[in-house]
Design a protein around this ligand. Structure first.
Ligand code: F6R
Length: 248
């Protein structure tokens, strides 16, 4: 596990963008798993400001709401197009977003040869993609019911419209097959979930805890999101500290 703790969300974005740009420089046809939500936005914006050619990258989304009309601005298909593909110059034909039961997504990922680098956020309740607490650790892409916490946390883009009750999400087992996981978290509201995910037991109660079992995990946090990591040793300067778990 490689953990970087940076000053703020912008620094997290710049760090993740550099990591992605480096991977694309080595593999112009990188299969990049993209998280949606607020956390990765600074990373996508920093990537878009960079000079690298990202037109060969393939984008695979983690999840999508069920029941929204096509093109709904709060859909993750619209998010990936608006916040990632268009600013990065990735053609729409290179974008895959789960739909329906999700079985087709598993086939698309297999046809792409698997996900090379998977960006992940974390829910306040420890969810990973839309795998809510209680999800099977070997689950595959499927339709799930969203928890009330998640529906409340994700309400803003829906305005007065109701937040969907269900979503189709890559399973925990699916996510773990990506070759490199990059978990991002910013803000104090994520501190408890981050601490549980990285230092607690690997358990369905905190789906994000499975990242501990992956052989290539990078964690990029701001100081507020890292504030619950008691007992971790900070090494390095204040602006770009590296954290190493005493047991690793
Ligand atoms: C989004 C996703 C979710 C988010 C999580 C955090 O594709 O899979 O797990 O990563 O809900 O969302 P934000 O970043 O908005 O706090």
């Amino acid at each position: 596990m490689d953990v970087a703790v940076l000053d703020d969300a912008e620094a997290v974005g710049a760090h993740v963008a550099a990591l992605v740009a480096d991977a694309v420089a080595r593999h112009p046809d990188l299969v990049l798993g993209v998280a949606t939500g607020g956390t990765p936005l600074p990373a996508y914006r920093a990537l878009a400001r960079g000079s690298g050619d990202l037109s060969g990258v393939r984008l695979v989304a983690l999840d999508e709401y069920v029941g929204l009309p096509p093109g709904h601005p709060a859909s993750y298909a619209a998010y990936v197009e608006r916040e990632v593909a268009t600013p990065l110059g990735v053609p729409s034909a290179h974008v895959v977003v789960p739909q329906g039961s999700g079985a087709a997504l598993e086939r698309r990922i297999a046809a792409l040869g698997g996900v090379d680098l998977q960006l992940l956020g974390i829910g306040r309740n420890g969810h990973l993609a839309f795998n809510e607490p209680g999800s099977q650790l070997d689950s595959r892409t499927r339709v799930v019911a969203l928890s009330e916490t998640t529906r409340r946390d994700n309400a803003a883009p829906f305005g007065v419209d109701p937040v969907p009750t269900h979503a189709v999400t890559q399973g925990i087992g699916t996510i773990l097959e990506a070759r490199h996981l990059v978990l991002l978290a910013t803000g104090a509201a994520k501190a408890a979930a981050v601490a549980a995910a990285l230092t607690g037991p690997v358990t369905p109660d905190c789906p994000a805890s499975v990242v501990q079992t992956h052989r290539r995990l990078t964690v990029v946090l701001d100081a507020a999101a890292a504030s619950g990591l008691d007992g971790w040793r900070l090494v390095g300067g204040p602006a770009a500290e590296r954290v190493h778990h005493p047991q690793l």
